[in-house]
Design a protein around this ligand. Sequence first.
Ligand SMILES: Nc1ncnc2c1ncn2[C@@H]1O[C@H](COP(=O)(O)OP(=O)(O)O)[C@@H](O)[C@H]1O
Ligand SMILES: N[C@@H](CC(=O)OP(=O)(O)O)C(=O)O
Length: 468
Amino acid sequence: MNDDLLVMKFGGTNMQDSRAIRHSASLAARSIREGVKVVVVVSAMAGITNQLLKLADAAQSGDIAAANDEIALMRTRHFTAAQELGAAPDSGTVREIREMHETLRQAVYGVYLLRELTPRSRDLIVAFGERLSAPLMSLALEQDGLRAHHLSGGEAGILTDSHFGNAKPMPNTYERVKDRLSGLLSAGVTPVVAGFMGETEKGAITTLGRGGTDFSATIIGKALGADEVWAWKDVDGVMSADPRVVKDARNIEVLSYGEVMELAYFGAKVLHPLAVTPLQESGIPLRVKSAADPDFPGTLVQAQPRDEAGHPVKAVTAIRNVSIINVSGAGVLGIPEVIASVFDAIARENVTLLMVSQSSSMSNVSLAVQTVDAERTVNALRAGVSLELRVEEQPGVAVLAIVGSGMRGQRGVSARMFTALADQDVNVLMISQGSSELNVSVAVEGTHVDAATLAVHRAFDLGTPTPA
Ligand SMILES: Nc1ncnc2c1ncn2[C@@H]1O[C@H](COP(=O)(O)OP(=O)(O)O)[C@@H](O)[C@H]1O
Ligand SMILES: N[C@@H](CC(=O)OP(=O)(O)O)C(=O)O
């Protein structure tokens, strides 16, 4: 394989300590030694992103001591990893890590003084996780005898809009990434890019949404016209259900971009919901691979689905911590302006709607949203719609979805799902099916979600085939 180009993404688990980082570096090194050019994209060490979010909240609420304690813990973790990867106390890497922690401490102190944590300052703080792990990966690659250079998302050319917390790449990102990384690659240097982050035109740091390092990798893959993007994970690949819930979940060999998007949207944490979007036009394949078993093919994500006869459904996923917002008022909801005002109010709050359904009597619209967004949604609806409407939240819900392109035009798929749920005494609160027929989703009581997932997984025979 000569002149081939791969983008390799390493997630939090694959960056969690010096041992994991060394192993991840060896996976990249293996391909580089075969003559493949590799761009490495890294996540923060496992747990660091949540720790940064927590300490930012502590500073905002006035507890600077708690915030500083967390920063000290993080610092020890990064220093320990650097040291175990062979960095001398006076090395450039150690100095860089020390300086970054100092800048982080100052940013957090600013939040404490202002008692204000804007989405912009939260992004600045949370992106330190990836900025701190990139030098560690560079170090590990260098220890492996390779030349490497680490860059922040912005330095790598990732330019985004200003939707802090959920930023999207600007159209000129692709040209910029190509400009910034091509020189390094042709000089035989492996770029190591801090994932999850980008920057605005003015240089403010943004993040791409939770799990966004997958998205960084595919943006870079598209920009460079990579042969493939490989997302290394702590699981075999994309599986027929979350393996933490369903023990006999099976690896799916091939999925289409559309199927993966549905799976990610409906809660399969394994990939960022927008991760495949940059690949769709160019048809660049994405492979989800197991770092623990690098020779296992994992899951290939490509333009075309591959359907197995008799298996219309490929996976079952769940979103927990959901609320249903019921908007009701006899007759009023039949008036188009009233419906428009409901959706206007939601759009202004930038809330993601997981499901929508309207009763045919036109007296009720139900909206499923993440519980963290529920209060905002209820307030926006109460302020923005006709006074004749009642708005109520029903918390403690989960959304369960079945996904698979083989469902198209197949009769009886929903019936099989509902029978499985009924057999488990699971009450269905809302139902929806997209016209693409790639998924059917239902809202159920949150306490039933695991039993429902297991039952549906069994009903569609998605588990590991038992050896004869
Ligand atoms: N359908 C699924 N297939 C594979 N993993 C899943 C699925 N649904 C949920 N997961 C969870 O996603 C996790 C992998 O995603 P994540 O931890 O974000 O990866 P990384 O941080 O390594 O990029 C697994 O530990 C697994 O429990
Ligand atoms: N660190 C970020 C981005 C990311 O992609 O992480 P991971 O690859 O570990 O899911 C997050 O936790 O959201």
